[in-house]
Design a protein around this ligand. Structure first.
Ligand code: PHE
Length: 453
């Protein structure tokens, strides 16, 4: 196969890759999950550990994934097959690709359910614009949604169909269109919410909660959650960024710079989301700690009901959040789809996407039911949805990332690395290589082992 292009298509430009990779990274992880994980894990200390994980583990592994993908030019499993042959190392590394595919299917299953919540909320604001009832008690509105399996299943199915539609069209036609204008719009909306937060008079208190570490609330579990969140938010450890890297042109694109751009944007969106949400939470007298997965759905509507043009704002916010989730879910589905396409031919893309998404949708029904009918079912002290989230985000992604780091650091030959990172100054290259060989794997291992013991 031609080393410089992929059969799945190529990004039309460097900017397009950055948009697509940012579209993958920025999603529910930043705006739904980051604030509530911060809330549940006691604030500042969690945020600090999370930022440390992004810098020392996330960013270097992000570069490794893009690099491996761009060298391989095919889906993760076939990339590992090719690279292990080329470098003359064990074929067992191919397991990384399989971990990625399984993690992707698991994550997509609950991701689509939560994205369905945002679609439902966007629809609630559409109804309000048409004269429907206001959301006067957001807690009750949210509880009513979770209690209704049919409603949840409907939005879950709709979101999954939207995801399949884009992936079925292929990389160039499908993904590029979705990210060009809407991501910047969401960013602006978040900024406006932060400004609103400043007018509440609670910005100082919110910043203290977010950034002042209270180490007494930290446990081994906090480290694991922060590490899992770092992987989840950067779309790492399941070969998503590797797959997107496979469609990245070689000429004139610096993997180091692109990686930094994506990581910076993603981190800023998460922090902005925190700065937008916590002043609202505090100003309505809600306890910032222990908010749980409903945090943004039970707090933001309070602000939307009381601010001028709040209904339009609420519609735009939840609508754009659904779009952000959409550009991420596409990237959850793409690695497995690309693998099937390589196996069964380019003509099978639609069926491949539909098959994987169908499986994920069925699994998602477990999450739907765990919110109501099966809410009493507990596995390792968690309901089914939280359990799936835990296995995929907190265990599989870091494990996948650990193996990717070791593969890049020890198995891939140095010439390939140097060729892919040719613009990187020698000092940085050496630093990156030792982060891959020792620092990142050691940190992930310590966190995994400490949390399990
Ligand atoms: N990064 C996405 C988010 O923050 C989720 C995701 C994880 C997407 C893994 C792809 C792969 O919402």
């Amino acid at each position: 196969m031609d080393k410089t292009t992929s059969i799945h298509g190529m990004w039309s430009s460097r900017l397009m890759f950055i948009l697509a990779a940012t579209g993958s990274a920025v999603g529910l992880g930043n705006i739904w999950r980051f604030p509530y994980m911060t809330s549940d894990n006691g604030g500042g200390a969690f945020v600090l550990v999370y930022l440390g994980c992004i810098l020392l583990v996330g960013l270097p592994i992000l570069m490794a994934e893009i690099l491996i993908g761009r060298h391989g030019r095919v889906s993760p499993i076939n990339t590992f097959r090719k690279l292990t042959r080329e470098s003359g190392v064990s074929r067992h590394w191919v397991a990384i690709g399989w971990i990625g595919i399984v993690a992707g299917i698991l994550i997509l299953s609950f991701y689509s359910v939560v994205a369905g919540w945002t679609l439902h909320y966007a629809f609630l604001y559409v109804k309000q614009l048409a004269g429907g009832a206001a959301i006067t008690d957001p807690g009750a509105t949210f509880a009513a949604l979770l209690a209704d399996p049919l409603e949840l299943t409907f939005w879950h199915a709709l979101f999954m169909l939207l995801t399949v539609a884009v992936v079925a069209l292929g990389v160039e036609k499908g993904l590029e269109r979705a990210v060009r204008f809407l991501m910047p719009a969401l960013f602006v909306l978040l900024l406006m919410l932060v400004v609103y937060g400043m007018t509440t008079g609670f910005m100082g208190q919110a910043a203290t909660f977010l950034f002042k570490p209270d180490w007494s609330v930290i446990t081994g579990g906090t480290f694991l959650s922060a590490m899992g969140q770092a992987f989840f938010t950067l779309s790492l450890g399941m070969c998503t960024m590797m797959t997107y890297g496979a469609y990245l042109p070689r000429e004139g694109v610096s993997i180091g710079r692109v990686g930094i751009a994506v990581a910076l944007t993603d981190t800023s969106v998460a922090l902005l989301a925190g700065l937008a949400i916590f002043p609202i939470v505090l100003s309505f007298g809600i306890d910032p700690a222990g908010g749980g997965p409903g945090l943004i759905f039970t707090s933001l509507p309070l602000a939307f009901e009381s601010m001028p043009f709040g209904i339009v704002y609420g519609l735009a916010f939840f609508g754009l959040l659904a779009v952000a989730a959409w550009t991420s879910s596409i990237s959850l589905l793409e690695p497995a789809t690309a693998f099937l396409v390589e196996r069964f031919g380019v003509a099978s893309r639609k069926r491949a996407a539909l098959g994987i998404a169908g499986l994920s949708w069925l699994l998602g029904l477990l999450s739907v039911l765990s919110l109501n009918v099966w809410s009493g079912v507990r596995i390792l002290d968690r309901d089914i949805m939280t359990f799936v989230e835990f296995i995929a985000n907190d265990l599989m992604l870091p494990l996948g990332g650990l193996l990717i780091a070791l593969f890049a650091g020890w198995a891939l030959n140095r010439t390939i690395l140097r060729e892919q990172l040719s613009d990187m100054p020698p000092v940085l290259f050496t630093t990156w290589r030792w982060l891959m060989r020792v620092v990142a794997p050691a940190l992930v291992l310590i966190v995994l082992v400490r949390a399990v013991l």
